[in-house]
Write a protein that binds this ligand. Structure first.
Ligand code: ATP
Ligand SMILES: Cc1cn([C@H]2C[C@H](O)[C@@H](COP(=O)(O)O)O2)c(=O)[nH]c1=O
Length: 202
């Protein structure tokens, strides 16, 4: 089962993905692999380092190439061995961040349309003012964080959510307002329960 965690910069994806991995290991007794995009491969690390200078279409293509390798070399082998995979960011991130970088939504989709559909894409939302307060205390913002605003990102994420719905993606939108990370993870687990029940026992 591939679960992806999406949402604007600073909404809590990394925090929630880590906690969710722990809870799922405990609840299912099955192996859980936590991963991220850009990946921790040489290409992914290069993209993180070079995000300030690679932009627009070139970045969209490079991110899609990193994702393709991620799926083929890391995600599918883990799924094939019965492991639950959680990815911190996936396609919805591209449908937002590359748009912030002035690439058209349909063009971004054309670079991503053949990737593996996740079992569920979890979109985290919060009050843009709360997110802005979190970003304000960061020592350094990435180029794309500095270019967009939480309110604009949320607007683009909503559009990407609707777009992916039309592509028949299984998605859920989780409202994180006034919820601590534990409560957010409980809300995600509630939506995963029927899917987990259909998995063979460990
Ligand atoms: N539900 C929550 N309530 C309060 N604080 C939270 C919550 N979730 C995350 N945080 C805090 O918000 C900050 C940003 O969280 P995190 O790094 O997980 O966000 P992110 O979405 O992964 O950000 P980015 O995309 O920029 O990497 C952290 O300091 C984290 O402890
Ligand atoms: C998956 C994905 C990532 N990016 C860029 C945006 C940021 O510079 C980094 C992600 O860093 P974070 O610590 O997770 O905030 O990668 C992108 O432009 N498009 C994508 O699809």
């Amino acid at each position: 089962m591939l679960i992806v965690i999406e949402g604007p910069n600073g909404v809590g994806k990394t925090t929630v993905a880590g906690l969710l991995a722990e809870r799922l290991r405990h609840r299912t007794g099955q192996p859980v692999h936590l991963t991220t995009e850009p990946t921790r491969t040489r290409l992914g690390e290069l993209l993180r380092e070079a995000e300030a200078v690679i932009h627009g279409r070139a970045l969209a293509l490079a991110i899609a190439a990193d994702r393709t390798m991620h799926v083929e070399d890391e995600i599918i082998p883990a799924l094939d061995s019965g492991t639950i995979v959680i990815s911190d960011r996936y396609v919805q991130s591209s449908l937002v961040l590359q748009r912030v970088d002035a690439v058209d939504l349909r063009e971004i989709w054309s670079y991503n349309r053949y990737v593996l559909q996740p079992a569920i894409s979890v979109y985290l939302v919060d009050d843009p003012r709360v997110i802005a307060t979190r970003l304000a205390v960061r020592r350094r913002l990435t180029r794309l964080e500095a270019t967009g605003t939480p309110a604009r990102e949320l607007q683009l994420y909503d559009q990407a959510f609707d777009f992916l719905k039309r592509q028949s993606w299984h998605q859920v939108k989780i409202d994180c307002r006034n919820r601590d990370p534990d409560q957010v993870v409980c809300a995600i687990l509630d939506t995963l329960t029927p899917m987990l029940a259909r998995r063979p026992a460990a």
